[in-house]
Design a protein around this ligand. Structure first.
Ligand SMILES: Nc1ncnc2c1ncn2[C@@H]1O[C@H](COP(=O)(O)OP(=O)(O)O)[C@@H](O)[C@H]1O
Ligand SMILES: [Mg+2]
Length: 368
């Protein structure tokens, strides 16, 4: 607090305890300068063994360059998000990786196989299209046993696998209903089961969360996490970032047919980003933040914070929240400890947006 500040120092809560929170960067509009570059490619296990590698992939439809130069490394044992707006080329890229479209240029390796050279790549790939067409005359169970036969499972094995997968995606009650009567979300779940029939090493899922209810979305997340934990390679696209939050280890961002960045989602934990700090006593919190020289902003959409000079008369505490910029979880822990130590009744402190969204926004800012 500057010496020219003639306001009475806040008496309560105790702001004299020296906060150990490093000074955050200047609040918006000037962006922080200390953020590390976001183009950190995922490392660890080699994608050659069970993963996906793409180099210089291009695919056009007439004059439309749907995929115009994609480089991609997707490692096994992780869930990788393929993120980009509508029309950015996600579906076209996934079709190329699934061996369903031949690229105009570039090379692709899926678990060590070239999808354009024979069926080896397809044998280890599970593919879930964005909209799942079903055969009108087949039941959900028959869809799975038919696909099982196509993958050369024995009839007994295919029956067993179908029952197991129908349980897994919670469609047991509808197993013997015609597949075309399923709702969109139920069809998505059947499509996921279909992709898993031959227990593939590589899973390519195009917008799998779209149309799912919240419960099914949680189930999908848990299933994909489990498959990754079992060493599978999982590449999952979405244009809705929140669908992939809590699900993805790595993220690849695609824009206008080109990959623009790849990064480990965990790396976002070491970048400046907004955190939401909520309290039972907004006036006490703001007095403490000011005394501790921690820049803050009102929560978006919150009513004006008003005058936070120490009140002449005792006012009842009013709950509320602010947004602060923090660089690491360690900084967040220090802020929380100091605020609580100073007697501010903190209710919660959490990142204001998901890790994936933060990565995307950081990328956007980088490109400005
Ligand atoms: N079969 C096709 N014929 C012509 N244009 C296509 C075809 N498939 C995709 N496109 C075009 O390619 C671009 C990328 O589409 P797509 O890969 O479906 O993007 P996304 O899945 O990211 O929404 C879009 O401009 C789309 O209109
Ligand atoms: Mg698409």
């Amino acid at each position: 607090m500057s010496t020219s500040d003639d306001r009475t120092p806040p008496a309560e809560p105790d702001a004299t305890a020296a906060p150990s929170v490093p000074a955050p960067p200047p609040a918006d509009p000037s962006p922080p300068t200390t953020r590390p570059p976001v183009t950190v490619p995922p490392t660890s296990s080699s994608p050659a063994h069970g993963g996906i590698v793409a180099r210089g992939v291009r695919r056009s439809f007439g004059a439309v360059h749907a995929v115009a130069g994609v480089d991609l490394d997707v490692r096994p044992g992780a869930v990788t998000a393929l993120v980009g707006p509508n029309g950015s080329g996600k579906t076209t890229l996934l079709l190329v990786l699934a061996g369903l479209l031949v690229p105009d240029a570039g090379t692709v390796s899926v678990a060590g196989h070239d999808p354009t050279a024979g069926p080896a790549a397809r044998a280890v790939t599970g593919w879930m299209p964005d909209s799942f067409g079903t055969w009108d005359s087949l039941t959900a169970r028959e869809v799975l046993t038919t696909v099982g036969a196509a993958y050369r499972l024995t009839p007994e094995h295919a029956e067993h696998r179908a029952a197991e997968l129908l349980d897994l995606v919670h469609l047991r009650e509808l197993a013997d209903s015609p597949a075309h009567v399923l709702s969109r979300g139920q069809k998505q779940r059947l499509g996921l089961a279909r992709a898993l029939v031959h227990d593939p090493q590589v899973l390519l899922l195009d917008e799998p969360a779209s149309g799912l209810d919240p419960r099914s979305r949680v189930d999908l997340r848990e299933l994909l996490r489990e498959l990754a934990a079992r060493g599978r390679t999982v590449l999952v696209s979405s244009h809705v970032l929140v669908e992939l939050d809590e699900m993805a280890d790595d993220a690849v961002f695609i824009s206008q047919g080109r990959t623009v960045a790849a990064q480990e989602v965990a790396a976002v934990a070491t970048q400046w980003r907004p955190w939401r700090l909520r309290t039972l006593d907004l006036d006490a919190l703001v007095r403490w933040l000011e005394a501790a020289h921690v820049p803050w902003q009102p929560e978006p959409g919150a009513p004006p914070v008003g005058d936070f000079s120490p009140p002449d008369e005792v006012r009842p505490a009013r709950p509320g929240g602010v947004v602060v910029q923090l660089d690491t979880e360690a900084t967040a822990a220090a802020l929380l400890r100091d605020a609580v130590g100073a007697g501010v009744p903190i209710a919660s402190l959490a990142p204001a947006s998901g890790a994936l969204e933060s990565a995307y926004l950081a990328l956007e800012e980088e490109r400005r």
